[in-house]
Ligand binder design. Structure first.
Ligand code: GLU
Length: 354
């Protein structure tokens, strides 16, 4: 009898100690705020097997409760910033996100931020935040290619991975990251490469910087380019208008002339090869440049750098080049640069530094 009482006592003591340890651990967990914006990760379809669905219909609390394991990795809080398919992402939401994240870190109300996002424009939001979040703390974007109701949905695992990456101290000081499909990318470099595949995110020039496996992230590379240059958007309510024009054989100057008439502040030209254009488009871009519009040559190939003075005399035409940024990322850096200056040398330097 005595022995049984002793065993019970020991058992109760062990339970209490365990509970204390757990409480202690919980208190030590990093604080991760999840900012939800919509996308497929919050999408719901009518059937487990059909592809059709509506993006951005599942609210943040349901999204978070669907992956209880994240609460073992971090103290989680959630906020709904938007509820859209990311094809509807806008400068307005970007500014809201950047301001909110800067405020969260300023007030020290979280150690890291995860953003749930549609995959269509995730690379653009990532680049924008990389350039406008003033803190070194982890910011991780995540999404899904299959809606939460699909049989083989990828969102839950991606979200778990993203929280794990955000909670890992090794993720600090690496700029904004994208965690998708077991890989970690520098937001500056990553791009969506396939319309429907779960392995759609790639960094064509440099590859992923980390691998996620068995609940752990291992980092292998770090960009030397991105962390230094930031733009203060705390007072911004809009950004200078910059549009993209796509290059192709026998293209006409009509779109460039339309943008000159619209008085845009910048044009990113997604040129052929190393940012090339045919003669009529070249003449129109020269007209734009003379009107004070900053013309930035990028390219439509999907990889590599757009380099100065290859077949184009950029100095004579007053053009800048996007270096290795694709057109949609170059547009973001050009908009942010134009907020501060219209000096082409300074803008070109921004492209070479970022
Ligand atoms: N087009 C939607 C979006 O980007 C759904 C695509 C996705 O999230 O994968 O939000």
């Amino acid at each position: 009898m005595k022995k049984r009482i002793l065993m019970l006592f020991v058992f109760a003591l062990t339970l209490q100690m365990q509970a204390q340890t757990n409480t202690g651990n919980t208190e030590k967990l990093p604080r991760v705020t999840i900012l939800a914006t919509g996308g497929t990760i919050a999408g719901a379809g009518e059937s487990e097997t059909k592809a059709a669905y509506t993006a951005g219909t599942v609210p943040v609390d349901i999204l978070l409760n669907a992956v209880p394991q994240i609460h073992e990795l971090a103290k989680i809080s959630g906020e709904q910033i938007a509820q859209i398919g990311s094809q509807d992402m806008s400068v307005e939401v970007w500014l809201k996100l950047a301001k909110r994240i800067n405020r969260i870190f300023e007030e020290d109300s979280a150690d890291a931020v995860v953003i749930t996002h549609g995959t269509d424009t995730m690379e653009e939001t990532g680049t924008f935040l990389d350039l406008t979040v003033m803190f070194d703390k982890p910011v991780v974007l995540v999404g899904a290619m299959r809606p939460s109701t699909a049989m083989s949905q990828d969102g839950n695992k991606n979200l778990l991975d993203a929280v794990m990456v955000a909670a890992d101290p090794a993720s600090q000081g690496k700029g904004v990251l994208v965690a998708m499909n077991g890989l970690v990318f520098d937001a500056r470099d990553v791009t969506k490469t396939v319309t429907t595949s779960t392995s759609t995110f790639q960094s064509r020039n440099f590859g992923p910087i980390g691998l996620i496996y068995d609940g752990k992230v291992n980092f292998y590379y770090q960009s030397t380019r991105n962390p230094s240059q930031k733009f203060d958007v705390s007072k911004a309510t809009s950004l200078p208008q910059v549009e993209i024009i796509y290059g192709y054989a026998d293209a006409s100057p009509v779109p460039v002339d339309a943008l000159i008439k619209t008085k845009v502040k910048g044009i990113v030209y997604a040129g052929m090869g190393n940012g090339n254009f045919n003669a009529p488009v070249g003449k129109a871009l020269e007209r734009a440049s003379k009107e004070g519009i900053v013309v930035c040559r990028s390219n439509r190939t999907g990889a590599g750098r757009t380099t100065l003075y290859n077949e184009v005399d950029d100095a004579a035409l007053g053009f800048v080049v996007a270096d290795d940024l694709n057109p949609q990322k170059a547009r973001i850096l050009l908009m942010l640069s134009l907020m501060e200056t219209s000096n082409r040398t300074s803008i070109q330097n921004n492209f070479f530094k970022y």
